[in-house]
Design a protein around this ligand. Structure first.
Ligand SMILES: Nc1ncnc2c1ncn2[C@@H]1O[C@H](COP(=O)(O)OP(=O)(O)O)[C@@H](O)[C@H]1O
Ligand SMILES: [Mg+2]
Length: 275
């Protein structure tokens, strides 16, 4: 990978966007990749996920986006790793307004892409964590900047509808000529419950009937309390030597590797078309 951009999105909250963004970065770091997460959600979960008080930063994504801070002033390193992140705060909600006032219409959709471009020289992978709102322009700026979109889905009706909606939006970008691929990640899967397995199968069948290719299902991550409490226990779940943690970390590694492979495959296909 070489400066590839992933957006994690869902129009539903609580499905695991920020968790997945953080864990994909952890897996990338395990593989020696240099990764930067850009937080575009006012909750600022990426910073808290890396055990930092969201109010402890002098600058946030907003300052960088509006050109008031250099990348070096906003990019934070997580301990002594290859994981970096740009924290967010509630001012990010003013960004769309800033763009509508300061950027000409034809350039608006590409504002984030333009900001990310120089970061591609520094990072193997850039992950954008988004806010769960369908009408949010910032989610659109993020999709427009991406090679790949990751859509976490829970086994529940709202999350399924949200996934369908996200796919519709991404397909509109594809139709408009954007080279973006996407994948669905089933999250919080209760692997020990037979009923949950049946529900998962039914949901998959329904989405396939709806026209989504099975190859878009890039994997499953089990429900694990070690994930939900990981913020309290220290972030590097991969370092915790317990069976449950290892199981869920392996799910996340599998999903991440599938996504990394799809991105590399996508880049090759694009080159094959270009030359
Ligand atoms: N696989 C999982 N198992 C257990 N809890 C999870 C899992 N994935 C996410 N969670 C928990 O679900 C909650 C919502 O996740 P989060 O990543 O903040 O969602 P979003 O960013 O989509 O709003 C968090 O408390 C998180 O720890
Ligand atoms: Mg979030």
């Amino acid at each position: 990978m070489n400066g590839n951009v992933i957006t994690v999105l869902s129009t539903k909250g609580g499905v695991g966007k920020s968790t997945l963004a953080r864990f994909i970065a952890i897996v990338a770091n395990e593989q020696g990749k240099r990764v930067c997460i850009i937080d575009t959600c006012q909750n600022s979960s990426i910073a808290t996920g890396f055990l930092k008080d969201r109010d402890s930063f002098q600058h946030s994504a907003y300052d960088w986006l509006i050109g008031e801070a250099k990348p070096s002033e906003v990019i934070q390193q997580y301990e002594n790793t290859n994981i970096y992140y740009i924290p967010s705060d509630e001012r990010i909600d003013d960004y769309e307004d800033w763009v509508s006032r300061k950027v000409t219409k034809p350039k608006q959709l590409e504002v984030l892409k333009t900001k990310i471009e120089p970061l591609k020289q520094i990072f193997d992978l850039i992950i954008v964590d988004t806010h769960p709102s369908e009408n949010s322009d910032i989610v659109n700026y993020s999709i427009a900047a991406s090679d790949y979109c990751v859509i976490p889905v829970e086994i529940d009706l709202d999350a399924k509808l949200a996934a369908k909606r996200c796919i519709e939006i991404i397909e509109d970008y594809q139709s408009a000529g954007y080279k973006i691929d996407y994948g669905l990640v089933w999250n919080k899967v209760e692997v020990t419950k037979g009923k949950a397995k049946i529900q998962l199968k039914n949901m998959k069948d329904e989405l396939v009937k709806y026209g989504i290719m099975e190859s878009k299902f890039v994997g499953e991550i089990r429900y694990s309390t070690t994930v939900s409490t990981s913020k309290n226990e220290g972030i590097m779940l991969n370092a915790i030597d317990n069976k449950y943690t290892m199981n869920v970390m392996n799910d996340i590694r599998k999903v991440s590797n599938t996504i990394f492979d799809k991105i590399v495959e996508g880049v090759h296909n694009e080159q094959a078309v270009t030359y």
